[in-house]
Every structure is written in structure tokens, then in C-alpha cells.
Design a protein around this ligand. Structure first.
Ligand SMILES: [Zn+2]
Length: 317
């Protein structure tokens, strides 16, 4: 058995992007309900998040953008930047708490309190750019987590595996010229799916060339396609990189029942992808692994897949 942390706080339910919005508080409620119903919650170490200091958020996001987001919330605006980025007065503080949730997970792993962790946070982060909110995201939780690992703890190589069905444009852009972060994304083909980035030829630039690997998969792809892509192409490159810390942008929206995309993964595929990435962390990174929730809009799929993933992290699957 491993010690697995769960980052969660009821405050995350307070981000209300609009009644119509698929990225709704019920997503986390479904996850927490399942962990309680199965007794899994008692096996996990609850990690309380803190609000990330703005000085850390400024390491990737434009100070003026941060200010504009804060002001929009204070003024009671209901959207920020683009129509799909719905906000409420609490959204700014909660977005800082989502970033700080990843930081708290890093702290707990680096101090040895837990071996790995899952961050049940919202709003999600991987579409958030330097000075733009996009695709339900405001601050890039996982990218800031990587910077925190590198700069606060002095590690030199962090791998980010992004299996959300959408390409993590923000994460890629932050690190495309940075050889300290290897960004691997498996996502639905940009021609048929938001946000339209993540083509094969985007493979980093300057000193970061070769440290970005995009594997777009056509709509309708299933378990075998994803597992083959990860096992035969993604993992060999990650092993060559030899990360000291592994992060997963864990979206569960490539599932066949997800309402927002067109892929056909089953619960089994997520289980197997999780096992492969965990093995990478065990072999190269002393088991240091943090999964950060991104998308996933079917409540049943979320509960199923997160339950499986946590059992895997604990080693009791
Ligand atoms: Zn997504």
C-alpha cells in the first residue's frame, strides 16, 4: 500500500460558472460521494489546499491579467474574457485555491507525508494562457505546479502527461521552449475538437525542441488506439527524459459517454493509462506523481474513473 493524498475543499464547490455550464460543482460532489460510499475516503490522506500566493501565479500569468480577473469577480461579472469562462464573485479566490491545491500536494510529497496525490480541484487549468482565460480555465494549475516543483524544490525535470481529450494549449505554450518540462498530450484531432492546437509538428522550440510531444487521435478513437499511442510512442520518450516528478492532467472526457467530445474510451483505458504512468513515476521519480483534475463532464464516468485511479495510486486495485 502507498500513501495517497486527496486534495479537496468544499470551497471548490463555490465556483459557479452558470447554471447551464458543464463544468459544474456537481462534478466534485459526484467524486466525493463515491469516495465516501466505497469507504475509499478513509484510506486517503486528506490534504487541505491553501490559496497560492499571487507572486507565484505571476511566474506564468500576466500581472495585469490576474488583476483584471480579480476585478471582474469583484464587480460581479458573470463571464470573463470568453463566453465559456463563466465566473461568480468567489471565482478568483477559488482559482487561487485550485493552484494552491497542487502546491499543497507537492509540499506533502516532497516532505514525505504522502507518496502521490490526486487533486480534486476546480476550476480546471490546462487551457489557461499567460494573459487569457480559455475553455473553463483561468489559472494553469498544473503548469504552476511544475514551476513550483522546479523553483521551490530545485528539481530539474518534470513530466506532464495530459490525457484530457482536449489539447492543453496553455500548458504547452508555457513550456515549449523549456527543456526542464516534457509535455506529452494525447488528445482528439485539432481539426474536429477544441481548442484546435496540438498538431504533431508542434514539438517545442529553441532549447525546448523535442520536449513537447503531441499525439492527436482522430475522433472515434478507442482504448487500443490510446493505449498503443501511450505505450509505444509516449512512454519511450518519457523514459528517455527520466522525469524526477510526474504530473497528470487528468481529464476524463475522452470516455465514450462524455457529452463534449467524440472519443470512445472505456473505464479500462483510464485504468491502464494510469498504471503505465504510475510505473514511469516509480521507475524514474521515486514514485512522485500528482494527478490534477481537468475535464470530464459525465458524473458517472468521473466517479468511476477517479475511484479506479485512486485505487491504483493507493496500490489496492
Ligand atoms: Zn477537456
Amino acid at each position: 500500500m502507498r500513501r495517497t493524498g486527496l486534495v479537496y475543499d468544499e470551497q471548490y464547490l463555490g465556483h459557479r460558472p452558470g447554471e447551464w455550464h458543464p463544468e459544474r460543482p456537481a462534478r466534485l460532489e459526484a467524486i466525493i460521494q463515491r469516495l465516501q460510499d466505497t469507504g475509499l475516503m478513509e484510506e486517503l490522506t486528506l490534504i487541505r489546499p491553501y490559496q497560492a500566493p499571487v507572486s507565484w501565479v505571476e511566474k506564468l500569468h500576466d500581472p495585469d491579467y490576474i488583476k483584471r480577473f480579480q476585478t471582474a469577480c469583484q464587480k460581479g461579472y458573470t463571464i470573463f474574457g470568453v463566453p465559456d469562462c463563466g465566473i461568480c464573485p468567489e471565482s478568483f479566490d477559488i482559482a487561487l485555491l485550485a493552484v494552491g491545491g497542487v502546491f499543497a500536494a507537492v509540499d506533502n510529497i516532497m516532505s514525505g507525508t504522502v507518496d502521490n496525490a490526486f487533486c480534486a480541484v476546480r476550476p480546471p487549468g490546462h487551457h489557461a494562457e499567460h494573459n487569457r482565460a480559455l475553455g473553463f480555465c483561468f489559472f494553469n494549475n498544473i503548469a504552476l505546479g511544475a514551476v513550483y516543483i522546479l523553483e521551490n524544490y530545485g528539481l530539474e525535470r518534470v513530466a506532464i502527461v495530459d490525457w484530457d481529450v482536449h489539447h492543453g494549449n496553455g500548458t504547452q505554450h508555457f513550456f515549449e521552449s523549456d527543456p526542464r518540462v516534457f509535455y506529452l498530450s494525447l488528445h482528439e484531432d485539432p481539426d474536429s475538437c477544441y481548442p484546435g492546437t496540438g498538431r504533431r509538428q508542434e514539438e517545442g522550440s529553441g532549447r525546448g525542441k523535442g520536449f513537447t510531444l503531441n499525439i492527436p487521435l482522430p475522433g472515434g478513437s478507442g482504448d487500443e488506439d490510446y493505449l498503443k499511442a501511450l505505450e509505444q510512442e509516449g512512454l519511450p520518450r518519457l523514459r528517455e527524459f527520466a522525469p524526477q516528478f510526474v504530473l497528470i492532467s487528468a481529464g476524463f472526457d475522452a470516455h465514450e459517454d462524455d457529452p463534449l467530445a467524440h472519443q470512445n474510451l472505456t473505464r479500462q483505458a483510464y485504468k491502464k493509462m494510469g498504471a503505465m504512468v504510475l510505473q514511469l513515476a516509480l521507475d524514474h521519480a521515486e514514485g512522485r506523481l500528482i494527478s490534477v483534475l481537468e475535464g470530464g463532464y459525465s458524473l458517472t464516468v468521473l466517479a468511476n474513473c477517479v475511484e479506479d485511479h485512486l485505487r491504483l495510486l493507493l496500490g489496492n486495485d
